[in-house]
Design a protein around this ligand. Structure first.
Ligand SMILES: [Zn+2]
Length: 299
């Protein structure tokens, strides 16, 4: 076995030793990719909650766990240990969950990745989700029963986008999907909801007369099984860097044309360069805000 997976137990042990004996093996912190360091942190750091850095380069102090079950939610893929966030994110997910049965015929929501206990980059997937302010919500209704741990690993989310990727699959898409995405987008804490362009197109068509919330729903690659919800930097997080405001307008009609162009839907592979480019070096702790070192070390 080689690669990052093989190094994991070592890093976990090392990280455990680090937190137990501050000052030990400092150099490992500077030679190990940040995703391995943060991926090995199994518990939050006992500090006041604050988001540090940017959504795609930062970490989280005082992370809070979303309970794996609630009155209207179930957290999925528990083995990943990514059901953590800033307390405001946990509050938002809980608030959205209990709203969903009131506005749709879904009994509740299935919650995918939020953040790791101390945030930071992850070993797999996601450039963002690093500062405890992002949550993936499946576009699949929560069932009326509790999933087992194993089911939460194995069950797939529902593919919403039609095979030709020009629209949603009419056999899958329902008014409840519109209502659930609208419930997320109208929450005052939410700054952006990312969905596939075909889903955005369907929302534009089905939104009816109340349309202001469409501005926050932005098209993005992937996101054909889940929506990505991002809340704002919170008070008490001076090092949290806000993202640019969403551009004005609903973002419907012509604004979506580019996403359905041939170049985007059927991209040609780029010509092979004569010399293969060097792989991008992984993000290191030294690339991250200074305070993330304290988050990792717990002091
Ligand atoms: Zn996401």
């Amino acid at each position: 076995m080689s690669g990052p997976q093989a190094a994991l137990p070592l890093v976990a042990a090392l990280a455990g030793a680090l937190w137990a004996a501050p000052g030990f093996a400092q150099s490992a912190l500077d030679t190990t990719p940040a995703k391995q360091l943060f991926g090995a942190a199994k518990a939050p750091v006992d500090m006041k909650a604050r988001s540090i850095g940017f959504y795609s380069k930062g970490c989280l102090a005082g992370g809070e766990m979303l309970p794996v079950n609630g009155p209207a939610w179930q957290a999925m893929r528990l083995s990943r240990n990514r059901n953590w966030g800033h307390p405001a994110l946990v509050e938002f997910v809980e608030r959205l969950a209990v709203k969903v049965p009131k506005v749709s015929n879904w009994p509740g929501i299935l919650v995918g990745d939020m953040s790791q206990p101390r945030g930071g980059p992850m070993l797999t997937g996601h450039a963002s989700h690093q500062i405890g302010l992002d949550a993936d919500i499946w576009l699949t209704p929560m069932p009326n029963r509790e999933f087992t741990r194993q089911e939460r690993e194995d069950i797939s989310a529902t593919m919403i986008v039609r095979k030709d990727r020009l629209d949603v699959d009419p056999k899958v898409w329902t008014p409840s999907h519109v209502a659930v995405i609208k419930a997320a987008a109208t929450d005052p804490q939410v700054e952006r909801v990312l969905v596939n362009a075909a889903i955005k197109k369907a929302l534009c068509r089905d939104a009816g007369n109340d349309r202001a919330w469409l501005q926050k729903v932005r098209p993005y690659w992937g996101h054909d099984y889940h929506m990505h919800v991002r809340i704002a930097c919170q008070a008490g997080s001076p090092e949290c860097r806000a993202q640019d405001a969403v551009v004005p307008g609903e973002g419907c009609g012509k604004d979506l044309d580019w996403w359905f162009s041939d170049a985007v839907l059927h991209p040609k592979p780029p010509p092979k360069p004569p010399v293969p480019p060097k792989p991008k070096p992984p993000m290191m702790l030294s690339d991250m805000p200074d305070a993330c070192r304290q988050v990792l070390l717990g002091r």
